[in-house]
Design a protein around this ligand. Sequence first.
Ligand SMILES: Nc1ncnc2c1ncn2[C@@H]1O[C@H](COP(=O)(O)OP(=O)(O)OP(=O)(O)O)[C@@H](O)[C@H]1O
Length: 269
Amino acid sequence: MPERTPLPIDAGTPVVQLTGIRKSFNVGEPNETEVLHGIDLTLLRGEFCAVMGPSGSGKSTLLNIVGLLDRPTSGTLAIGGQETTVLADHELTRLRGHAVGFVFQYHHLIGAFSAVENVMMPMLGAQEFGSEEIAQRAAALIDSVGLTPWRDSLATRLSGGQQQRVAVARALAMDPILLLADEPTGNLDTHSADLVFDLLRRVNREHGTAILFVTHNPQLASRCDRIIQVVDGRIVQADDEAGRKAGREADNQNAEGAKVSQRTQKDSR
Ligand SMILES: Nc1ncnc2c1ncn2[C@@H]1O[C@H](COP(=O)(O)OP(=O)(O)OP(=O)(O)O)[C@@H](O)[C@H]1O
């Protein structure tokens, strides 16, 4: 992974702190449907947390709020100690760009651009990086996700698993303190899903990036530090110990970061 300069936060400051988050949608006057009914959640630096729950229970709604893509109806949300509900839209956009990386089920890469160009995209509008640094960082990120031979390949020429690894590299472009992954392995075969999960795990371990990982896959969830269950818009279970234990066991059987890289290089299309 390239040298990183993440948003500075104190070690003890939660990366994410949600208190009493409620979210309602207008579904035609005068009906309002409440989808989240008072969510409390704290995510610390270095935590890798699985989010599980039935379809329609509110997981994506929750992630959209944590990722500052949508505003809660009520409650408070701090990212890296910064209370966000008081911020104007342009301030939210700036904080989101610097603090949060996203990986979705569908990679949303630009097909006409190469892998490395896709990773450059989030950095182009930022003032932190000069053009040479942007190119260098993007190339290093592509290398770090094991795609060096495909650096200049068009995104459309890559396999689903490779495209998702480019999406992870792109999500890391701005050194986020928080990575939100909404079913990033949902579309992938088991082998590719394992590679993407291993990659997220490595990012989390090497850089302390906090991760919220929505998944319907109990095996992958058990390898996270912690599992939360969202049912009908509420967190009904925070399974810390069991998740940590299972995660440690599964990770012991896995290759270390370097081996992940070797395997990803071999991953054929
Ligand atoms: N913009 C919106 N307007 C109205 N209702 C919405 C909106 N977005 C989500 N909902 C509703 O909120 C509920 C929760 O949806 P959400 O997508 O958060 O669930 P989910 O747990 O992520 O589901 P899945 O596992 O299928 O992705 C659903 O009933 C959905 O129809």
